[in-house]
Design a protein. Structure first.
Length: 162
């Protein structure tokens, strides 16, 4: 399976990245199967940081060896996914017990909904509303490699300057 990482610097060695902000699935190496999303993210990183040039790293993921990993997979955005993402965004979740987490990405368009859900007094009542609003967006996937073991299954194929 081909996966992509959009960034503002060229690098050949993958590593677990400790973010400077809370992310959907915590610290890790984030990639997606959606090339367009990764390319858009590379441009966003350049714009936000004010440095570098947009770069797209293309990887091959050895799915045949994935059964050796501890994997958490969210097929669709549901309440379990919503709570998991919010807990990570509030830095209240220990997602490091997994080697790999796969699921929908809560992108910048979904942040107002996530923020409203996190602030809601009755999350059970608000969850269906939040999920219906999130489902209106075109959510793509993210694969977060959270351990050195998982990173060994990700091989760099190409670095593309955008």
């Amino acid at each position: 399976m081909e996966l992509y990482h959009g960034t503002n610097v060229k690098f050949e060695q993958t590593q677990i990245l400790v973010p400077n902000r809370a992310l959907d699935f915590g610290a890790g190496f984030y990639v997606t199967s959606d090339r367009e999303q990764a390319a858009a993210w590379a441009h966003t990183v350049v714009r936000r940081s004010g440095t570098g040039k947009p770069v797209l790293n293309m990887y091959e993921f050895d799915e045949s060896a994935a059964d050796t990993l501890s994997i958490l997979k969210f097929e669709t955005p549901d309440k379990v996914w919503l709570d998991f993402v919010c807990e990570n965004r509030m830095e209240n979740h220990n997602s490091n017990k997994y080697d790999l987490i796969i699921g929908p990405i809560a992108n910048d368009r979904t942040m107002p909904v996530l923020n409203a859900y996190m602030a809601a007094r009755n999350k059970e009542l608000y969850a269906p509303v939040a999920l219906s609003e999130i489902m209106a967006d075109r959510l793509t996937d993210q694969h977060v490699f959270k351990s050195e073991k998982s990173l060994t299954l990700l091989k760099l194929k190409e670095i593309i300057e955008l």
